[in-house]
Design a protein around this ligand. Sequence first.
Ligand code: UT7
Length: 338
Amino acid sequence: MRKNSRLEKPVNATITAVGMYTPDKILDNKYFESILDTSDEWITSRTGIKERRILENGGTSVMATKAMEDLIKTYNVNPEEIDAIIVATITPDMFFPSTSCLVQDNIGAKNAWAFDMAAACSGFLFALQTGASLIESGAYKKVAVIGADKMSSIVDYTDRNTCLLFGDGAAAVLLEGTEDLEYGLIDTKLYSDGAGRKSLYMKAGGSATPPTHETIDQRLHYVYQDGKAVFKVAVKGMADVAVEVMERNGLTSEDVAYLVPHQANLRIIDATAKRMGLTDDKVCKNIQKYGNTTAATIPLCIVEYFKEGKIKKGDNLILAAFGGGFTWGGAYIKWSLD
Ligand code: UT7
């Protein structure tokens, strides 16, 4: 038995507290009509996006901290009892220290160890699996998992192919163990395929191509996306994995209360729901308000739908994501929070 395992009975990791933050500043489609050759009609029909939120001051840690403060206040959580903090993000405040370390300090979680996880749009699912493993091992009792991205810091507002797709936001969950093994994170199926790296990436700024005057002049430190190529694999990848998670857990469309999909494109979301046999009222969507907030989309959807009283204790949720890497995956949660 590992020295720091305190496990007497097996536990599932389950969400016991939630919080979220979206910045106040809104960029609507009219704004993009005023700066680019595009239209509200094109953006709405091709993506489903109407508005996105923009963080004006500070980095991703500002939003991740506010999401945690919402969680702490709403659920009366003592930050000193948090054992670990994982921030899923591809827009850290800086290369190092990690954004999670900044959050750890900001919220006074002085007994927590903290690290970031970079898996782009699948980041929250990857972090959820990692956080759950820490709980299930018995080594840790309370793990905070946060999805947060300030995409406005890495999109090129002169590129109509990408800039209007993305926005900023953060949401957080607290994981704890439950001995009632019917509840919590029941299953995940996660994938990576680095062969997709040239379809969605940032060309410069990292260790392979450190920033220079030339890379800045050539605008290589922004998101590059071959939209059509990503669309093709995303629409298949997200639907396949969502159905795979349903099938391997013996769930029919009747059993599923909500699909919580990554919010990159309404057409991808609708195709996934159709493959799962779900009606529209069983699909969590906030893409119209926030656009694609990368690692934040799935937790933002969960937290908003829960706060609005739509997600209830006992609901079966299927989470599904696809994004840069490529990374993709699905998860099955039986919701336990009242
Ligand atoms: O979150 C990470 C994973 N990412 C995704 O899942 C995103 C996947 N891709 C997509 O969501 C879609 O491919 C986009 C929304 C990015 C683009 O939609 P599309 O239907 O694939 O459009 P397209 O790139 O094939 O472009 C169609 C037309 C082109 O014009 P022509 O060649 O047909 O004359 C584009 O030049 O639309 C044009 N276009 C625009 N027109 C107005 C491209 N961007 C715009 C724009 N406004 N912003």
